[in-house]
Design a protein around this ligand. Structure first.
Ligand code: ZN
Length: 658
């Protein structure tokens, strides 16, 4: 591990708080130090208040901020004098502590200070850095972790036995610190939790962290507990059956009582870990540091017995809940990590981002477990300590902070023809409503059209069965299932009257606008049947279905046939709780084919201005791709929960349709 401090770069950060931001981000950049919101930092600054009085203020990381991306606004200013008085109280409940922290901030709009604020206050140095470094938790999650830490650091660090974060930990640290601190104290190790470093300037505090963690890494290296042997040729799970994954996700969602995203990871490390002969022991010890529990749960599920897991979780809850003083109600019993011989490491979360966070944490957990094993044996904290953090109201608050989840969170949609026009707009509308989206298009630009963990863009010729099947496999491996299908891809060849319409053109239009949709519906049916909230299919039809015009026989016929296919599907699939509805858009001009030139020539043809041409409907309104996409989303939403087999025009009103 190297210091990332760059003198030149640091000059852009003037003042103590700005430098605090700089080195916090340096810590946040290294996932072997902190992961997803873990760790915290602070700086003590003396400043004048509005009355002109000088006050010492602790700027400490606000709850909910990530060190990697923190800004000055992510630090909460709390009055030091009050924090130091609090630290001397014999006891303080969590709620009282949060109340005291919040009522002694000097900025009403600041985030709630970290629960470790009092701990930061009692450390008598200006800059305090705290991480959950992998190397430290690797060493301290072993039988003789305490002795090893003493062997590495001697008396240069104060060692704190494991105690749950919060007021009691701050008090214990204050006592130990006062008793043990001396001139060359560089840090404080919290067994099974993490490490603190400190100094009176930002660079030294940060570099102390790096050098302390480096010593731990070197210790692991010198004890042959660093390099993990991963068989590069380990046999990856053979072809993964997408229906097996979707079934697993459906069952997990049922236990969770809401749809979940499930991501499969079949990298060498995860595969080798799952095939470890000792997996049923080493994976069933507990998390590497207690605050991972709110993301990963205490234990992963080995294999696929979800009901067995749920039963075990209930037993764990009833055994542990009687040991704590507060009255707590049981959380859901669905696993967040599944280790399966055939499917690899599956991670679950309410959103793709949540499932990815679980994956990141568990990838680090694998390293930690394997290194601890090389050091003599991985030994996590007992279940009671993990339970206390899992059901600690302040930890649960971290997960609830996001407020009401969006409508389609945990659900997965597939959109065809997703690189432009209505398809692209559908992707955006679905993402905005919280869905994970598999966007399929023949345009290679689809792969990086959107940067979002909930987005998977796949370049695919949907008329090729092999490619289409591979797309479904990839989508299911990434997100776990399929809840919504937007049949949008289609072509509109130039106007041609029947007497000059060749068979080739007719076949091509039928193939793309109609046949492919039959294939998709057929292949997706077993997946849609498993949708936890019932599946929805939206067909993008056309005004030409109810009101065809001359010169577009192939297009109009293909869309009319698609419409009929959707109606039959609605009849057949109602019993599978799958709704199919059709939209008939007209005159959507913000798509690729309607260039300024084409618009001008069409408008001229009718003797109209472009604006008049675009709004030549009963409501004299313009219809955009987004309007159509929003309507498609509504048809997938609760408003249409009791509607199937319907056809809705979105055309500003057309007298021929009406
Ligand atoms: Zn911590």
């Amino acid at each position: 591990m190297n210091s990332l401090w760059n003198q030149q770069e640091s000059l852009a950060y003037q003042g103590d708080l700005a430098l605090r931001v700089y080195t916090s981000r340096l810590l946040g950049k290294d996932p072997s130090l902190v992961l997803h919101g873990g760790g915290n930092t602070s700086v003590k600054i003396s400043e004048k208040n509005i009355l002109g009085e000088q006050e010492d203020i602790l700027y400490v990381k606000g709850s909910g901020w990530d060190l990697a991306t923190i800004e000055t606004g992510g630090f909460s200013p709390v009055r030091m004098q009050h924090l130091l008085k609090l630290a001397k109280l014999p006891r303080l409940s969590d709620l009282q502590m949060v109340n005291e922290l919040r009522t002694h901030m000097t900025l009403a709009s600041a985030p709630t200070p970290s629960v470790e604020a009092i701990l930061h206050a009692i450390i008598p140095y200006k800059f305090v850095d705290h991480t959950h470094a992998d190397a430290i938790v690797t060493i301290t999650n072993t039988e003789d972790g305490l002795e090893r830490i003493k062997e590495i650091y001697g008396d240069r660090v104060v060692v704190i036995p494991y105690i749950m974060p919060g007021f009691d930990l701050a008090r214990l640290c204050a006592e130990r610190f006062e008793a043990e601190v001396h001139d060359h104290t560089m840090g404080m190790v919290l067994l099974n939790h993490g490490i603190f470093s400190f100094a009176n300037d930002a660079q030294t505090a940060y570099e102390n962290m790096i050098s302390l963690v480096n010593e731990a890494e070197e210790y692991l290296q010198s004890h042959n507990a660093w390099a993990i042997d991963i068989d590069k040729n380990i046999s990856q799970p053979a072809s993964i059956n997408r229906h097996t994954i979707a079934r697993l996700r459906a069952d997990a969602s049922q236990i969770y009582s809401k749809p979940l995203i499930l991501s499969c990871h079949t990298d060498n490390k995860a595969t080798a870990f799952i095939k470890n002969g000792n997996i049923d022991v080493i994976s069933q010890q507990g998390p590497a540091t207690p605050d991972h529990v709110i993301r990963t749960k205490r234990l992963p599920l080995l294999g696929r017995d979800l009901n067995g897991y749920a039963e075990q979780y209930k037993t764990y809850f009833s055994e542990q809940s009687v040991k704590i003083s507060e009255d707590v109600s049981m959380l859901d019993q669905a696993p967040r990590v599944i280790l399966d011989d055939e499917l690899g490491m599956c991670t679950l979360g309410q959103s793709a981002k949540d499932a990815d966070i679980v994956a990141d944490i568990y990838q680090h957990t694998i390293d930690i477990i394997l290194r601890s094993e090389l050091l003599g044996g991985y030994k996590a904290l007992p279940a009671s300590d993990i339970f206390a953090v899992e059901y600690w109201e302040l930890e649960q608050a971290k997960l609830k902070r996001t407020g009401n989840p969006p409508e389609f969170v945990g659900e997965i949609a597939l959109v065809t023809g997703a690189a432009s026009g209505i398809g692209k707009a559908c992707v955006n509308s679905l993402l905005q409503r919280g869905a994970a989206v598999v966007a399929v298009d023949i345009n290679p630009g689809i792969t990086d059209q959107v940067k979002n963990p909930s987005y998977l863009g796949l370049c695919c010729d949907i008329t090729d069965m092999g490619q289409l099947s591979a797309c479904l496999d990839k989508g299911i491996q990434r997100f776990g299932g399929l809840d919504m299908l937007i049949l949008n891809a289609g072509i509109f060849p130039g106007g041609k009257r029947i007497e000059s319409l060749g068979d080739d053109e007719w076949d091509k239009v039928m193939r793309i606008n109609l046949d492919v949709n039959l294939t998709l519906l057929r292949e997706c049916h077993p997946l849609l049947k498993l949708a936890p909230n019932g599946a929805r299919v939206v067909c993008i039809g056309s005004k030409n279905v109810p009101a065809p015009g001359p010169g577009a026989a192939a297009y109009s016929t293909s869309k009319a046939a698609l419409n009929q296919l959707a109606r039959v599907a609605a009849l057949e699939w109602g019993e599978d709780n799958i709704r199919i509805n059709t939209l008939h858009p007209d005159a959507v001009f913000d798509t690729g084919i309607w260039t300024e030139e084409v618009l001008q020539s069409r408008a001229k043809h009718y003797g109209m201005s472009i604006h008049e041409y675009k709004t030549k409907n009963i409501l004299h309104t313009e219809i955009s791709s987004t309007d159509v996409a929003e309507m498609a989303c509504e048809m997938c939403g609760s408003l249409f929960a009791k509607t199937t087999g319907a056809q809705i025009p979105i055309d500003g009103g057309n007298d021929r349709v009406i």
